[in-house]
Design a protein around this ligand. Structure first.
Ligand code: BGC
Length: 731
């Protein structure tokens, strides 16, 4: 077993238990299951199971949330009446590890009951990637000392709630199928999605199962006498359907359960592993010379893969994936600019699903533009199932009851260009003209219409401006002429021109249809060109730097680097209001622009000047920041710094260095890490001849190897011993 695929638990405090619940999430692109223990635990835990797309606005809440699915992991084991658990008896040995290669979680415990019996228990679980409606867990036991009677009990716990405490479900209906199988079904209170779950408890023990009737928590139980040396297994098979994927979720859950039972745990697991073998064949990265970074890369790739919908193009990945309650499952620019590129280059079909989610949400984006007096498509800063803006307008009250107004839903508008960027990148790498013709072009063109209507003409200066926005640096709200926003709007309009020209040349009928539907005529095209020519990109010609936004340098200077090391953001140190007036940047902003547009931003001197200006001001208060800085630092040849920032990015969840991993995986940081490696250190880029590299690796990285797909073919990048190559490879 290659150690680089294993993540081991190392608990030193109960708080870390929640961090590891997040880290040890399993999933299959349909459902995510946090790493809660099977037995009841004394530590506070959140809900365990989230399903893509099940958004609901609970009564009294401010914004939709992902409704928590029932907790299906519970399994009680009693030995002569003593319940297995860390708080009872003695734990003589314990290890828990996530194997990202097989997307499975295993725990081995050597436990002595208060009566002195000693058992060895091995727990395993996975969420099937071969059949995404199947979840499975198994415990294998061996009695090492004593001959206790075992009692086993497991069911479906429907009394789950999010940390916010709101109820998302109508009263659950539950029942039994056979003496060892049960089900539960309900509907979300506002959105009306139905979810049904069925579960069976199967054992090789000579035991007669019976049902424990508890409406909210149907359970199966059985008991058996054990001999010293005896082994046994208990398997819990669970199936899950929703009205998003089934006309009758309960009927389908029951049918799938009976199929899963026939197949059995081993066959289900083998099919799951086979599929994961194929996923890794395309997405693995080998980095020799730094075991921690090797592990972190695989961990991050794993978390993006388990969150990416495989068969559904109506859902997308939330900022915290399906691994925690943070950000209510909402979809941000995190998906398109941080996670999608990894998929575009290694699993293009999964990237396509995510881009299609935005296509299906065009009506919401158009409604937002209209409501704000603009044309075209203005995508929401936070998106859920309907495509409407769902950013909550207020934070939850703090200890003193104070709430803060959240402005990003109104003002953080660059997401529309970010989506266009992901589409253009997907098109370039895959050559998927059908996608571009039928879907992508419409998003890019309607987004361009938004920008052309959004800009404001400043007659005094003779230029177009974009006022009242929030750029990536969210510490400064309601700013004018964020250079990131303006430059990306300009890039978006230029890209729209290219897409429009291509469409007219290659697919004139589609161009005619879109031209009619989106009112793209000569007047509109002239306007795009005029905005491209005369949009203001704040720049200081003397210092040869971009200016993050108008008046940025009037902010009070702070020696940001003097506040190291820390976990808390400087916004939480200085307070929300004070930070607005300080020259502290939350995350890569001008630096983000340099990552995306590279030399288009300016010559090498300008980029170096920008770096020297903005890097020292950044407090990385967002987890999106370190990887992007690593990427740009690597391109600028600042390898020691790049490596340090890369390590910072790699530690975000594995070492909880933002202090909030319990709320869920930082999906953008995961995708960003891969991009920092591929586009930063390896210098991967496209030329007219295809993919090319320009690698610069820090000292000690002995070997780097990964593959990407370009227009249906696989290319493998290898950097080792001072040599570097990219070659077309099989299959
Ligand atoms: C960051 C945003 C990000 C959001 C969700 C915020 O803290 O500033 O850029 O989209 O978190 O991850």
């Amino acid at each position: 077993m290659d150690i680089g695929y294993l993540i081991r638990e190392h608990l030193t405090s109960p708080v870390q238990a929640q961090q590891f619940e997040t880290l040890f999430t399993i999933g299959n692109g349909y459902v995510g299951v946090r790493g809660l223990l099977e037995e009841d635990s004394a530590h506070p835990t959140f809900d365990s199971t989230r399903v893509h797309g099940l958004f609901n606005l609970a009564e009294g809440d401010l914004s939709p949330d992902l409704a928590p699915a029932p907790h299906w992991l519970g399994l009680t084991l009693e030995f002569d009446g003593y319940r297995f658990g860390y708080e009872n008896g003695r734990v003589l040995g314990l290890e828990r590890e996530l194997d990202v290669r097989s997307a499975s979680l295993t725990r081995r415990v050597l436990w002595q009951s208060p009566a002195g019996d000693v058992v060895r228990l091995t727990f395993e679980r996975f969420a099937s990637t071969a059949d995404e409606h199947v979840l499975a867990l198994r415990v294998s036991g061996r009695v090492l000392h004593g001959a206790p009677r075992v009692r086993v009990c497991g069911g479906i716990e429907t009394r789950v709630s999010l940390p916010s405490g709101y109820n998302h479900w109508q009263p659950w209906k539950t029942g039994s199928i056979e003496p060892d199988a049960i089900w539960a079904r309900s509907q979300t209170t506002q959105s009306g999605y139905t979810l049904a779950m069925a579960a069976a408890l199967v054992t090789d023990l000579d035991a007669v199962p019976s049902l424990l009737a508890d409406g909210a928590h149907p359970q199966v139980e059985f008991g058996a006498a054990l001999d010293e040396g005896q082994t046994f297994t208990v398997t819990k098979l669970v199936t899950l359907f929703t009205s998003r994927d089934s006309a009758d979720p309960l009927v389908d859950a029951q049918a799938a359960l009976s199929r899963a039972r026939q197949a059995g745990y081993d066959a289900l697991y083998a099919a799951h592993c086979e599929r994961w073998g194929r996923l890794w064949a395309d997405s693995d990265v080998v980095l020799e010379g730094d075991p921690f970074l090797q592990q972190a890369l695989r961990f991050c790739i794993y978390h993006v893969l388990i969150a990416a919908p495989q068969h559904d193009d109506q859902v997308s990945i939330g900022a915290k994936t399906l691994s925690g309650a943070g950000y209510r499952g909402h979809v941000f620019w995190d998906t398109e600019l941080f996670m999608v590129p990894l998929l575009t280059l290694t699993q293009p079909q999964l990237a396509r699903n995510l881009l299609m989610y935005r296509y299906h949400r065009l009506p919401g984006a158009r409604a937002k533009a209209r409501a704000n007096g603009y044309e075209g498509a203005m995508f929401p800063w936070e998106s859920a199932d309907t495509g409407d803006e769902v950013t909550p307008q207020w934070t939850l009250p703090d200890a003193s009851g104070k709430r803060i107004r959240i402005w990003t839903g109104e003002l953080e508008q660059h997401v529309t260009s970010d989506i266009a960027y992901a589409i253009a990148q997907y098109w370039q790498w895959t050559g998927d003209d059908v996608f571009m013709r039928d879907y992508g072009a419409e998003i890019v063109l309607d987004g361009a219409r938004f920008w052309a209507s959004r800009v404001e003409w400043n007659a005094a200066e003779g230029r177009y401006e974009i006022r009242n926005v929030i750029g990536p640096d969210e510490y400064h709200e309601d700013v004018d002429n964020s250079v990131f926003t303006n430059a990306m709007a300009r890039w978006h309009l230029q890209t729209a021109q290219q897409v429009w020209a291509w469409l007219n040349e290659r697919h004139p009928e589609r161009a005619a249809t879109l031209g009619r539907e989106l009112s793209i005529d000569q007047v509109a095209l002239d306007r795009w060109q005029d905005v491209i020519d005369r949009i203001y990109l704040p720049f200081d010609p003397e210092r040869r730097i971009h200016i993050q936004y108008d008046n940025f340098f009037d902010l009070k200077p702070v020696d940001v680097l003097a506040y190291q090391p820390r976990v808390a953001s400087l916004q939480s140190v200085f307070g929300y209001e004070a930070t607005r007036h300080l020259r502290i940047i939350k995350q890569a902003d001008v630096v983000m622009l340099m990552a995306l547009l590279g030399a288009q931003v300016g010559d090498r001197d300008v980029r170096l000047n920008n770096w020297e200006t903005y890097y020292p001001l950044c407090d990385h208060g967002s987890s999106l920041s370190p990887a992007v800085h690593a990427w740009v630092a690597a391109r600028l040849g600042k390898l020691d710094l790049a490596r340090e920032l890369f390590e910072h990015a790699a530690e975000i969840d594995l070492r909880d260095n933002k202090g909030n991993s319990r709320d869920g995986i930082h999906g953008a940081a995961c995708g960003g890490l891969w991009q920092a490696l591929a586009f930063g250190f390896a210098g991967l880029h496209l030329t007219a001849e295809g993919p090319a590299i320009d690698p610069h690796l820090p000292a000690g990285w002995d070997r780097l190897q990964f593959s990407v797909r370009y227009r249906g073919e696989r290319y493998t990048v290898t950097v080792e011993g001072g040599e570097a190559r990219i070659e077309r490879s099989q299959p």
